[in-house]
Design a protein around this ligand. Structure first.
Ligand SMILES: [Zn+2]
Length: 78
């Protein structure tokens, strides 16, 4: 099953959901506030867990991946 990335504008968090392709266009709800989250169309999903155990987007520079900016990216395979 493909993994889709969503973002919640209210909580300013990013999370990923694994769902069937047939449900790819369906909305997802934010795990924190349960409001509707927006799906992110990204060729490279780079997520890491922060201190509170939530998934958040990796940002910043100084990494080895030019395409996604993360040092450990499951999607890019490094
Ligand atoms: Zn939220």
């Amino acid at each position: 099953m493909p993994i889709y990335e969503y973002t919640c504008p209210d909580c300013d968090i990013t999370f990923e959901l694994m769902k069937p392709f047939s449900e790819a266009d369906k909305d997802a709800s934010c795990p924190r506030c349960h409001k509707q989250a927006r799906r992110i169309m990204s060729p490279c999903v780079c997520l890491s867990k922060n201190g509170s155990g939530e998934m958040s987007r990796v940002s910043g520079t100084g990494s080895s991946c030019a395409s996604c900016g993360a040092s450990s990216c499951a999607t890019c395979g490094h």
